[in-house]
Design a protein around this ligand. Sequence first.
Ligand code: NAD
Ligand code: 6OD
Length: 486
Amino acid sequence: MSNSRVLNFIDGAYAEGRAWFDKRNPCDNAVVAQVAEAGEAEVERAVQAARKALKGPWGKSTIEERAAILHRVADGINRRFEEFLEVECRDTGKPKSLARHLDIPRGAANFRIFADLVKNVPTEAFPMSTPDGKGAINYAVRRPKGVIGVICPWNLPLLLMTWKVGPALACGNAVIVKPSEETPTTAALLGEVMREAGVPDGVYNVIHGFGPGSAGEFLTRHPGVNAVTFTGETRTGAAIMKAGADLIRPVSLELGGKNPALVFADADLDKAIEGCMRSAFANSGQVCLGTERIFVQRPVFDEFVARLTEGAEALVVGTPDDASSTMGPLVSREHQSKVLSYYDKARELGAEIVTGGGSPAMPGALAEGAWVQPTIWTGLDDDSAIMREEIFGPCCHISPFDDEDEAIARANDTEYGLACSVWTENSSKAHRVAGQIDTGLVWVNSWFLRDLRTPFGGSKRSGIGREGGVHSLEFYTELTNICVKL
Ligand code: NAD
Ligand code: 6OD
């Protein structure tokens, strides 16, 4: 690992690939690193290394031994916190203040929580009667699934990768991580931490590259991979399911969203504004759980729009190292083009552009970066593209509503089903509304408040399956029922 070359990590060692590709800094589009792209040969080596590791000491390790190693991995991330912070912010452009409080600490926490959890999962047992009167006992044992392909997006690179690697290793699997081509560095750096923590060679592997015709596709098509866990776009999730269909390979899919927030007239508006500021603009709106559709009850609509606009206009767009910066660029110029195309579309559709709607003027070299303005619209119909398609930028549309049933129906009127936040001081209403929202996650008077023991995932086109707590253990293990005749 060096700052200017990001290598694959295979069988406990860094490795070059079939080619090199550029990693650019989202703040000024300058090339900051050359990344080694894994070809079929490197993916093959990673799969063989992982399979070999499962036959070695890792395959025979006890839960306690693995838990101790995973705590050392968390310690290692914390020891090298500043290095992780530096490269995560270089890859994504996000403010250091954000990554310092969210991305890097969660990277460590994802190992600790599953190291502890795996030690405390009971085994189910069913005594049964038999015709001879002597009976039998059934009990189920959990065994690792084997080699897990972990395919990751670029928005919260270390957080989302370790969210899967933590439980997969706690359960005794070996992993092959394919980080996003936009954000390869923290996954590669973690290889050093794994080695220092005593994770045996071949248990944690990283292959870099793209999707189709590259490392992503080679991994998902490889018959030596027993399960694939994926976070990313819904369309990519569909391609990954297809790739594994002939192999009947389990997939866990955490996909896109078009998440609503419902703000009732009896909400504490200070809290609702603070929450919606974060849910619409944190990480430059590049959070799958972010709210791009905000519905506000009519009596407080004007005040809400005015105050959220004031908040958006107070955001300070800047580089990771600028301590005053509260919003970074988007991850890439390519993503900037996509988000700006929605800004244009909103204008063409006749939206009222309450604030933003373009790119900010940035000085000097920063003019080449992937910057966009925080943007708020009103006035569009629920069936417009702005209200239907995931934009994944710092933007939201605010619509008025009159009553509870209307709010629920409009919140659910989407093909996605990831997350919703409900803002009200009436606790009966909060429970009533939350119970009728078709999403995997509903927050009441909060957003992105996470307890890692809880089920996480989406319904409809937002995903398949749940991870988190024992739900992760369900995915990363196979249950074998043993029936013993007494
Ligand atoms: P993406 O789907 O473009 O890419 C994700 C990963 O898949 C990358 O590593 C990419 O190289 C790889 N990939 C692409 N095509 C592939 C293929 N055919 N086979 C195998 N691998 C392939 O997603 P992104 O742009 O990196 O991330 C943004 C998206 O992720 C948004 O839609 C967002 O909502 C979603 N997301 C969802 C969650 C969640 O928990 N539900 C969390 C974060 C991001
Ligand atoms: O907090 C998590 O565990 C999680 N998976 C968050 C996903 C955020 C999406 O951008």
